[in-house]
Design a protein. Structure first.
Length: 318
């Protein structure tokens, strides 16, 4: 008699789900063939701010938008759940203004570039509409559901970790993973975290299988939201794991002990390029701050550095 362990059974189930979802989604999505996006190399001091779970049109969103301005971010990467609770109906939906542009247009007008990935709440609405919004709004970037950017030898991959258009994204991811040899840093962005001390917990089933196959051990760092807190979840196979979902409202989070970090606080992650590494800081509006204040106090909760461990290992193999 042949016995299958619980762990093996879970692997078989995940493989079955992964295959079934690819088959079911094969005819569901027509994507833009945009190719790779090439930009000038980053200058030392360049700031990328990563924030998720933003668009609730509330005091929390107003505070984090003000903090983004005060931090002087060059790029802002929103890792999903752009508008609550059900995304937008089309590119002319009034919530595009009330829950998004009213907060971030002033920052884009000051030169900040915003980059989007989609979250589960966005997929309750019309996510294609965000491409049309980005086409008409200077400073807003959403060229496709998944896309690749290169800034000299620093590479960014934005994924859609929701269970949609899987076949196309898998083909794209496989191709991109063969083209990273000359990337000194490789970062990925998606709505769902691989590990999380928050209420949703670690990724499971298909999402876990997808992240494990295409991100863990392939990226130097992965940045996500979904859970409404800030956390550094540690390293998995060389990939540093961050959750930055403090864009508008909060949920409880398990306390992580150093060298890890977690906090149920509004805020976001700031990545500052230092040439041979990135410094990172989780920053948060002070709990006494109010959006009506001309300047708010912004606190640093946790900080560290990212070195290109995975990319260095990849280079040494070639």
């Amino acid at each position: 008699m042949c016995f299958v362990s619980g762990g093996d059974l879970m692997k078989i189930l995940n493989l079955f789900l992964f295959t079934a979802i690819i088959a079911l989604s094969a005819c569901k999505y027509e994507f833009r063939d945009i190719g790779d996006l090439e930009y000038p190399a980053l200058q030392v001091g360049h700031k990328t701010c990563v924030i998720g779970d933003v668009g609730a049109d509330n005091e929390g969103q107003a505070l984090t938008a003000k903090a983004l301005k005060q931090q002087g971010c060059d790029h802002v990467r929103i890792v999903g759940d752009i508008i609550y609770p059900n995304g937008i109906k089309d590119e002319n939906d009034p919530m595009v203004d009330s829950h998004f542009l009213n907060y971030y247009s002033p920052l884009m007008n000051d030169g900040m570039q915003f980059f989007l990935t989609m979250g589960n709440h966005d997929h309750r609405g019309n996510t294609d509409a965000w491409m049309l919004v980005a086409d008409r709004v200077d400073g807003l970037n959403f060229p496709n559901y998944f896309y690749f950017e290169r800034y000299g030898d620093i590479c960014h991959l934005s994924f859609d970790s929701n269970i949609v258009h899987v076949s196309e994204q898998v083909d794209w991811a496989k191709k991109k993973l063969t083209q990273l040899d000359d990337c000194r840093f490789v970062f990925s962005y998606a709505h769902h975290p691989y590990k999380s001390a928050g209420s949703h917990g670690d990724a499971s089933f298909f999402i876990r299988a997808f992240l494990k196959k295409y991100i863990i051990g392939k990226m130097d760092a992965h940045f996500a939201g979904h859970d409404h807190h800030l956390s550094y979840e540690g390293i998995s196979q060389g990939t540093e794991l961050f959750v930055s979902g403090g864009g508008n409202s909060l949920r409880s989070v398990d306390q992580l002990e150093p060298p890890l970090f977690s906090a149920s606080r509004l805020g976001f992650l700031v990545l500052t390029y230092q040439g041979d590494h990135f410094e990172y800081q989780f920053v948060s509006p002070a709990e006494s701050a109010r959006s009506q204040q001309a300047v708010i106090e912004v606190e640093t909760l946790f900080e560290g550095r990212i070195d290109p461990k995975v990319s260095q290992a990849r280079a040494s193999e070639n």
